[in-house]
Design a protein around this ligand. Structure first.
Ligand SMILES: Cc1cc2nc3c(=O)[nH]c(=O)nc-3n(C[C@H](O)[C@H](O)[C@H](O)COP(=O)(O)OP(=O)(O)OC[C@H]3O[C@@H](n4cnc5c(N)ncnc54)[C@H](O)[C@@H]3O)c2cc1C
Length: 388
């Protein structure tokens, strides 16, 4: 049986980043991915802010499809507000990006295995025995485990951490990559409205060369028989891009919840979407996945160096993560709650107010302030979330 210091389950951005961090410190690490090819199929609109790439990966032209300078926010009445980003935004080629991250970890010494779904975790006194579906490595022994199995997150419950999401804490998404469309490729566009995407929003993310990821998310509990994500997306596309080719279809879910209360236990840590780290308001999760993978990897390295694997030691990871992105995510969650109850009139008013702001000075905080102009409690939350 193979023995490693750390086993990482799931080779998305969170898992690959964790494996890289451990491998670079000279410890043995296995990175197990259930799919035959890392990064495929893509389940993402692929937008990410430059700051996360500069911090964790650098920027490689081979996996960037488009660069954007801002966002157009559109209300149901067609009015728009423009936000120029302070830093660049990128639309990734996620298939290549995820493969790059996993292969980079492998190049640094991680033992990467595809077709290797982790099925069962048996905790022992000083290690885990991890059962997999891989043809030759059916059992691997690991001192530490990092669970990076994404939104489905089936592994944490085996170790006593419940990850089931409440219906109103999940967005069901459908996206088409459209070809042959004419639109402003310098901006991402987000469109709100209960007729467009109840409890969520529609997006248009440029992919370059007249292509774009066009999709939407519906809050769980808001879709009715026949009125599901496909109904809303088909209607949106028929109105906005009636002659477009559909060159790729992506279905998936994003958590719109708070981060897990417990992200670690005896010998293990949970990262990325599995720890419910996607932004509950926007659904963006790539940045937090990279951040959590790095922090969990660093904690694993410190634990191995100290010969510790107890929960109290690994709680450093949760502490560092909450300080870095978790507390802000919790505040976003509290803002999300009133936000998803907005009527179309509220959204029209918000964009109307926001459209008066100079695009170069407009921020997410500014937009939310416009949204909650008359709600002092939420306004104070926004100010705390962004300015403290
Ligand atoms: C439609 C849609 C659009 C999105 N758009 C954006 C966006 O524009 N920007 C953004 O920042 N975020 C976006 N997100 C969210 C983003 O995709 C995730 O937050 C991000 O991928 C999380 O990374 P991760 O590594 O935690 O999980 P994942 O990327 O989901 O990786 C988890 C990996 O674990 C593997 N796995 C699962 N179970 C097992 C197992 N038992 N054994 C081994 N391997 C396993 C999976 O196959 C997968 O490769 C979007 C999500 C969806 C669904």
């Amino acid at each position: 049986m193979k023995y490693v210091d750390v086993l990482v389950a799931g080779a998305g951005p969170a898992g690959s980043q964790a494996a890289l961090t451990v491998a670079q410190a000279g410890y043995s690490v296995a990175l197990l991915e259930k799919r035959p090819e890392v990064g495929q199929p893509v389940r993402c609109a692929e937008g990410v802010s430059e700051k996360w790439l500069l911090k964790h990966t650098g920027v490689e032209k081979t996996w960037i499809d488009a660069e954007v300078k801002g966002a157009v926010l559109r209300s149901p009445d067609g009015n728009k507000a423009v936000m120029e980003y302070a830093e660049k935004g990128y639309i990734l080629n996620r298939a290549r990006f995820d493969r790059y991250l996993a292969w980079r970890a492998a190049d640094s010494g991680a033992f990467l295995l595809t077709c290797a779904a982790v099925t069962k975790i048996d905790p022992c006194e000083e290690f885990f025995i991890v059962k997999t579906q891989h043809s030759t490595h059916q059992e691997i022994r690991a001192t530490l485990l990092i669970l990076a199995d994404g939104i489905e997150s089936r592994l944490a419950p085996q170790l006593g951490i419940p990850t089931v999401l409440k219906p109103h804490d999940i967005e069901f998404c459908l996206q088409y990559t459209l070809g042959g469309i004419a639109y402003d490729e310098g901006y991402v566009e987000m469109i709100g409205g209960n007729e467009i995407a109840p409890g969520g929003y529609a997006w248009i993310f440029p992919k370059g060369e007249k292509k774009a990821n066009v999709g939407l998310g519906l809050l769980g509990g808001r879709s009715l028989p026949g009125l599901n994500a496909q109904f809303f997306l088909d209607r949106f596309v028929a109105r906005r891009f009636p002659d477009a080719s559909i060159i790729r279809t992506v279905a998936g879910a994003v958590s719109a919840s708070e981060p897990l209360n417990k992200m670690c236990g005896e010998g293990f840590m949970i990262v990325g979407d599995a720890a419910r780290l996607a932004n509950p308001l926007t659904g963006a999760g790539i940045g937090n996945a990279l951040e959590s993978g790095t922090l969990a990897g660093q904690t694993a390295v410190r634990a191995l160096a100290a010969g510790k694997r107890n929960k109290e030691f690994l709680e450093d990871y949760q502490h560092d993560l909450m300080k870095s992105v978790g507390h802000v995510s919790k505040k976003f969650y509290r803002i999300k709650e009133p936000f998803v109850k907005f009527s179309d009139t509220d959204i029209n008013r918000m964009i109307q107010v926001a459209s008066q702001i100079d695009p170069s000075r407009m921020t997410v905080a500014g937009l939310l302030e416009a949204a909650f102009k008359e709600n002092k409690a939420v306004l104070s939350l926004i100010r705390k979330a962004f300015f403290s």
